[in-house]
Design a protein around this ligand. Sequence first.
Ligand SMILES: Nc1ncnc2c1ncn2[C@@H]1O[C@H](COP(=O)(O)OP(=O)(O)O)[C@@H](O)[C@H]1O
Ligand SMILES: [Mg+2]
Length: 252
Amino acid sequence: MEQKYLINCDHVSKAFETPEGVFQVIEDLNIKVRENEFLVLFGPGQCGKSTILNTIAGFEPVTGGEITVNGEKVTKPGPERGVVFQTTALFPWLKVMGNVEYGPRMRGVPKKERRARAQHYIELVGLQGFENSYPIKLSGGMKQRVGIARAYCNEPLVMLMDEPFGHLDAQTRYLMQEELTRIRQLEKRTVIFVTNNIEEAVYLADRILVLRNCPTSVKAEYEIDLPRPRSYTDPEFLRLRREIDSVVDHTL
Ligand SMILES: Nc1ncnc2c1ncn2[C@@H]1O[C@H](COP(=O)(O)OP(=O)(O)O)[C@@H](O)[C@H]1O
Ligand SMILES: [Mg+2]
């Protein structure tokens, strides 16, 4: 039987017009994502990771090729694609509950139903007791938890996560990697997760795509079948980490 892919980037290219001329960021990129897969896009800084995610999210049009999500061609953003950025732009005038229920509220989901759904995701990310806190009162890790709950609350087909833990201190980052693993075991989701941190990639991924330097495309692919929860110091973890890191285009 033919494998069903939820997301398909087919010969995608992306160029920006700049004052200095055309700048090619993506060139002949091919990615297929299976349902419920945790796919990590791993590549050096400035290689085009965010640009890839932004084209899948529908924030940026492709200049060549085609992206489909669940068989539909991507032309604009949509609620079936949830996005979590490095710094989550929460609405400062809304409490945690207001932020998490925002998407369903905008789509007219009745209050009782959306409150129950938001409460479920607030608890899932470990923020029970903070429903009535304003974002300014929250730490960086807690803000990212709100961002994850908000994205989940739209019940998207796929979560697009762009270095969501990149701005956190090392301790909080480890904790959030564990938390994301826990959350995903409770609520299966298809995730495309961007990082330039090899340890994070091996810890989280079902599969890692190593990206080339700009103009980017897929350079190498690794299935990661280590059991979860994973250990950062397990010999096989360390071996994979070394092996995958060695194929990355290193830049200054
Ligand atoms: N809107 C834009 N116009 C022109 N160049 C851009 C634009 N967005 C990104 N770029 C360029 O594309 C390259 C890749 O950027 P980005 O996708 O943000 O990389 P990464 O997320 O891997 O760090 C960079 O050189 C960046 O300057
Ligand atoms: Mg980026």
